[in-house]
Write a protein that binds this ligand. Structure first.
Ligand code: HEM
Length: 98
């Protein structure tokens, strides 16, 4: 995985499904195709391959979680100043009326 010139993320993105079209779409060189022989561990019964991806590696699940956290931080960065401003106006209004 670490040695793949295209990086490990692209490989993780196709785990749990048939990656033939993904491999071919990239236009891998002949030497890349020859290299596959080295990693060939056996034949798979095509009827057992899920049509859709069913497995998400934990590394990617963590990335999705990190993206969710980024969104939450952005929302908070927007909301917190507005809340502080609202609170300041509220206190000022309350102080004036006393
Ligand atoms: C055992 C399977 C694989 C082998 C041996 C392999 C090997 C290689 C090699 C040698 C390269 C360097 C460029 C070349 O010579 O073509 C490469 C690049 C790349 N591979 Fe793979 N690869 C495999 C599977 C995959 C799969 C399944 C994907 C996609 C999901 C993928 C995506 C890429 C990408 C995006 C690049 C970079 C292309 C570029 O920058 O031009 N590879 N791979």
């Amino acid at each position: 995985m670490e040695e793949h010139p295209g990086g490990d993320e692209v490989l993780l993105a196709v785990t749990g499904k048939d990656a033939t079209s993904d491999f071919e779409d990239i236009g891998h060189s002949e030497s890349a195709k020859e290299m596959m022989e080295k990693y060939h561990i056996g034949e798979i019964d095509a009827s057992t391959i899920p049509a859709k991806r069913t497995f998400v590696p934990p590394q990617q699940a963590a990335q999705v979680q990190a993206k969710d956290n980024d969104l939450l931080i952005k929302i908070l960065q927007f909301l917190v100043p507005i809340l502080i401003l609202g609170l300041a106006f509220g206190i000022r209004h309350y102080a004036k009326s006393m």
